[in-house]
Design a protein around this ligand. Structure first.
Ligand SMILES: Cc1cc2nc3c(=O)[nH]c(=O)nc-3n(C[C@H](O)[C@H](O)[C@H](O)COP(=O)(O)OP(=O)(O)OC[C@H]3O[C@@H](n4cnc5c(N)ncnc54)[C@H](O)[C@@H]3O)c2cc1C
Length: 452
């Protein structure tokens, strides 16, 4: 119901879109301010002239436990555009492939020992270490915050083969940081969330992917909701400061000097863009300091359009031992169930790409093709029709040792001013679910405001 307030959402990424959609659903008058010329933030499609099937700014996977993200997808009408396959593949040098079960009872077998060459004794040790890992995730030892994920795996005795085949890769995927740097506490937190959700829903949390590009998944439906509910979107509107006086939100000041009147604000920008916006908030020094310490981590994604198939066995393939060059290969033909039309699209991901981010487009493509040829025998015959390298130096906030306790709450000392974004405090690491959950909490806090 319209309460006469003007609600302003700063940032048109997932957290901002979800906040705006949910406020509009609640009947509020909403304006979205986005500094770019388009919505989507870090989840968007990339167009390539003359090539069918738009790729994304980076392949995004989802988990069954992403309940707030699914609430958003339901609001924008695309909840059925996500699929959870029964398995992915682990791909080894020379082209060897083993199954990575992501659903059902067989996923427990994967969890307890995914390495195809592990003997019975090693599998038993992996199972014992996994149980220990889960127990410590649920009841973290006092010093876990001081450990890297790698140190934690070592301490609980996770066998090397289990680490190579599953755990190091999983930890890299969750924290977007190599295990030598990634925080054990962050990884434990996500594991604990997954276990709790699994127990609640009586099914293991599994991994899936969108069957459409990210513009179709997240943006088109939001734009429809905005049209239907009269949400105004202002593009190229970079917010500079949220104006607060006497403990009340008054306006949002833009870079060009315009003041947008506001009675309530969701500030949904990444930690790397927060500085200045909260200057009127008494606790801004602590929030800025935390935002700086959280820092950023790079991801490099390469969308390779080839003249023939690569010979994948599953839509998602983890490249074992390819860390630093390629972590995963995603087969968009399988994912989007689309005819190939003479061009095959493969999306390659490298998380924690501290070295790769500094290389040129051509160097990255050459290095990745060399690696693909070692893992996919068919790659030798393939020609690159088009290659698109998407470097994201600020892909997510960094979840290295010492960062787990830094994330600020959505509520601030000013009731009409709330924070959202993947970096604010949630049950997840830097993920789309974290962005959506933060939006749910931020909107929840605003809907509790007393009548205007
Ligand atoms: C390559 C890559 C792969 C990823 N893979 C996965 C994955 O597999 N699974 C997963 O769950 N997550 C993944 N993530 C993380 C996920 O994309 C992010 O956590 C999520 O999209 C963050 O959403 P957000 O709304 O918090 O931030 P953003 O999407 O960054 O949105 C913030 C918005 O605010 C705008 N903005 C900034 N400053 C201002 C200002 N002053 N005024 C107005 N607007 C402003 C920005 O332009 C942007 O549109 C990945 C991220 C990347 C980059």
């Amino acid at each position: 119901m319209d309460d006469g307030r003007s609600y302003v959402v700063i940032g048109g990424g997932l957290a901002g879109l979800a906040s705006a959609v949910w406020l509009a659903e609640a009947g509020k008058r909403v304006t979205v301010l986005e500094r770019r010329a388009r919505l989507g933030g870090r989840t968007r499609a990339m167009t390539v002239t003359g090539v069918p099937d738009p790729a994304d700014n980076g392949q995004h996977v989802v988990a069954t436990g992403y309940e707030h993200l699914f609430r958003y997808l339901t609001s924008v009408g695309t909840a059925d555009a996500v699929e959870f396959p029964h398995s992915g593949s682990l791909r080894w040098p020379g082209g060897r492939v083993t199954a990575l079960h992501t659903r059902g009872v067989r996923s427990i077998g994967t969890l307890f020992g995914a390495h195809p060459d592990a003997g019975a004794a090693e599998r038993l040790r992996a199972a014992v270490a996994t149980v220990r890992l889960i127990r410590q995730a649920l009841r973290p030892p006092a010093d876990l915050a001081d450990l890297s994920t790698g140190q934690w795996f070592e301490r609980i005795g996770m066998p090397a083969k289990a680490r190579v085949a599953l755990w190091d890769w999983l930890a890299l995927g969750i924290a977007a940081e190599p295990v030598q740097r990634g925080s054990a506490k962050v990884f434990a937190g996500v594991l604990a969330t997954a276990v709790r959700l699994g127990l609640r829903d009586r099914r293991a949390v599994s991994i899936g992917y969108p069957t459409v590009d990210l513009d179709t998944l997240y943006i088109a439906g939001a734009e429809r909701v905005f049209r239907e509910r009269g949400v105004e979107v202002r593009y190229r509107a970079a917010a500079r400061r949220i104006v607060v006086a006497d403990g009340t939100v008054r306006a949002v000041l833009l870079d060009d000097g315009t003041e947008i009147p506001a009675d309530a604000v969701v500030c949904a920008v990444p930690n790397s863009h927060i500085r200045g916006l909260l200057d009127d908030l008494p606790e801004h020094p602590e929030i800025y300091a935390a935002a700086d310490k959280l820092g950023v981590t790079p991801i490099v994604s390469t969308n390779l359009y080839l003249d023939g198939p690569l010979g994948t066995k599953a839509a998602m393939e983890a490249i074992i031992g390819g860390a630093g060059v390629i972590d995963e290969v995603f087969d968009r033909q399988r994912m989007h169930r689309r005819p190939t039309d003479g061009v095959w699209l493969y999306c390659l991901t490298t998380s924690g790409a501290y070295e790769q981010i500094h290389r040129s487009h051509d160097e990255i493509v050459t290095e990745q093709l060399d690696l693909l040829r070692r893992y996919y025998p068919d790659a030798a015959q393939r020609k690159v029709v088009h290659a698109q390298v998407v470097k994201m130096p600020e892909a997510t906030f960094s979840q290295v040792v010492g960062t787990d306790a830094l994330r600020p709450d959505q509520r601030t000392s000013v009731p009409g001013l709330v924070l959202a974004g993947d970096w604010t405090r949630t049950d997840w690491s830097a993920t789309m679910e974290s962005a959506a959950q933060s939006a749910a909490r931020a909107v929840g806090a605003l809907l509790e405001l007393p009548p205007a």
